[in-house]
Design a protein around this ligand. Structure first.
Ligand code: K2U
Ligand code: NI
Length: 191
């Protein structure tokens, strides 16, 4: 039986690091309806994000701040992730997505001027990470209902970073090797 049961507190020691095979291969679809174990794991994952953004708890448990977490980042070969963040307008977003798929996306692209980081990567990797400006994503939530997300800007970037994890893709693979700061056509900075 898995260790991520109700009330288990995920900390940085549970997060697998760059080079671990699960981060570099696509994850397997999760059987639906969700098992009690998978539900509890997702709840633990969301709690980790909230703890990591809490000044006291993050210090107490030495958590790196995170706005997204995929199951393979905690060593599980399961196609599911959580995301918890505020967008450019200060709107709070909280998503649990099981078996998500990118349904459609814009041609226009954006990138975070400060670049991206990753809870599974312990070093800074500077460079532009081009992402679709808008995405439409379908998946299942904690209750097993199918949901569709239409996201743009920062929210779109977060979701794409997590979707990539589930496909075994790390953010640095999207940085141009010859010129990490070259801005591709149809791509603009998200100031
Ligand atoms: O998947 C992860 O490793 C979590 C990432 C997600 C992410 C990185 C860059 C851009 C969008 C999403 C962590 O949240 S990286 C740390 C962080 C913390 C707060 C805000 C942005 C990035
Ligand atoms: Ni990451």
């Amino acid at each position: 039986m898995g260790k991520f049961r109700a009330n288990y507190l995920i900390t940085m020691k549970d997060i697998v690091r760059d080079g671990h095979k699960l981060l570099h291969q696509p994850t397997r679809e999760v059987p639906l309806p969700l098992s009690e174990e998978d539900r509890e794991t997702l709840i633990c994952m969301m709690q980790f994000l909230k703890n990591s953004q809490d000044p006291k708890l993050s210090q107490q448990y030495k958590l790196r701040a995170g706005v997204g977490l995929s199951a393979n980042q905690i060593g599980l070969d399961k196609r599911m992730f959580v995301a918890y963040f505020q967008d450019e307008q200060g709107l709070e977003h909280e998503y649990t997505l099981v078996n998500p798929r990118l349904v459609s996306h814009s041609v226009s692209m954006v990138f975070l001027p400060q670049g991206e980081g990753c809870l599974s990567v312990d070093r800074d990797i500077p460079g532009i990470v081009p992402r679709y400006e808008r995405v439409r994503v379908k998946g299942y939530n904690l209750e097993g209902d199918e949901i569709e997300l239409k996201l743009k800007g920062y929210a779109s970037i977060v979701i794409q970073h997590e979707l990539d994890h589930l496909d075994g893709i790390m953010f640095y693979e999207r940085i141009n090797r010859e010129d990490p700061f070259r801005v591709p056509d149809n791509c603009r900075s998200l100031t």
